[in-house]
Design a protein around this ligand. Sequence first.
Ligand code: GLN
Length: 544
Amino acid sequence: MSRFIFITGGVVSSLGKGIASASLAAILQARGLSVNMIKLDPYINVDPGTMSPFQHGEVYVTEDGAETDLDLGHYERFADIRCSQSSNYTTGRIYENVIARERRGDYLGATVQVIPHITDEIKNSVLNSTNGADIVLVEIGGTVGDIESLPFLEAIRQLGFEMGHDNVLYIHLTLIPYLPTAGEIKTKPTQHSVKELRSIGIQPDILLCRADRPIPVEERKKIALFTNVTVEAVIPFVDVDHIYKIPRELHEQGLDEIVTKRFGLDAPPVDLSDWDEVVSAMQTPEHEVNIGFVGKYVDHSDAYKSLNESLDHAGIHTKTRVNIIKIDSDFIETDGIECLENLDAILVPGGFGSRGIEGKIAAANYARIHQIPYLGICLGMQVAVIEYARNVLGLSKAHSTEFNPKTPDPVIALISEWLNYDGSVEKRDENVDLGGTMRLGAQVCKLVPGTQTRKAYGTEEINERHRHRYEFNNNYLQKLQDAGLVISGLSIDNELVEIVELSDHPWFIGCQFHPEFTSRPREGHPLFNSFINAAVEYNRAKKP
Ligand code: GLN
């Protein structure tokens, strides 16, 4: 039977609960235990697919095409697991299931209530999503005290009661602020947060105390006394300069030892050598490059979480310090392309909506003309195709029908059907709900021999994740190829253009999928490594 660790948050949000949970999973894995991770999100959206990246950060896409919370990205990057549809449950999804069952008459006339029907649905979702792992870590989004998290907290309280002390453990992540005027750290918010948790029947076993400085043992003792937690289990979670240092930090604070002891697991000693290698590679770069990141949400770093991580991973694996120069594509439209001078490479990430689109097209144009390495991801590939059609093929009004439905040359357009992750055929038309019309999840792509992309990946087939509605329009395929655009990746049925590149350019690749979802710190990702290597080369060639 799986053991469960429930992780809640207190005092304020954004304390890094997802990263702390994922780091603990990484340590437990490094002790030979199998883990699985689940995120419970108290908001009412059925999934984050329709939520703005401004507000909620990136939508992370799993292999099986679930649009999920960005914390699942941390889970996959830290722990060697594949998340899926059953890794993320929101209030909306739980209620949707319960209401569908009520409509079918499954409750046999009962009054359907939060307790027990909603809480049972939450418990069953968790219990059915263990994947048979030794330890399942379940993170509850939001902060204790929020009205909307109550059913989730009640459900995990019940699970603790039902499965017993030896099988369930509660971790509460809190903040220990430092007050500069008093010159002291303050434990009161933590005391109150635990009080709140205990008032709904959950006694935390471990407190992870987020702080910007070490927490003296006297203060830890005080927290322990007020919260009924042993002093060893009041664990300082002090700021570090890089997230991949956290597994070692938490291990050194004894976190995994408390967990394995409590569950009575005889786990081998920890081996964190691969994390140490990641950290050491990060700290000893041999090159440095400036990558222009031309997007719409550039001031919201969470909006491109996986992409920023992927560039870091590539830096680790190519021994390069990768500086990301954020460039708002609106700014290119108003102030011109001078901001693209002196970069070592240009990246245009995925995106939706027409704002800043001409700025992105101008960035692709600049990279093509000036022979600067260019990586276009999803929308970034689409703008590269539009740019090529306009400026090389001479179709000056070429566009995507997403931005100009009346364009005479829709080089990017909606297509009516495609093959899904599970082999089923998905049909799409313009009248379907916004949330449900995307090509989502991992799909196999064949790489064309002799291309830059094939060389970068070093393999014939890849399996990368999609999240988009619009596609390369095959009616323009021949013309674009005749004009010199190289198609370097095709869907398995040869129907969809997945990757384009340029032959008369040192490194220019646009891909319809999102490679950032499969990049991992310990392994890196071939496309990003190749892109950063190209930037290093470009930078070297620039020097006198
Ligand atoms: N907006 C484009 C589409 O829907 C690109 C999406 C993306 O970049 N993820 O096809």
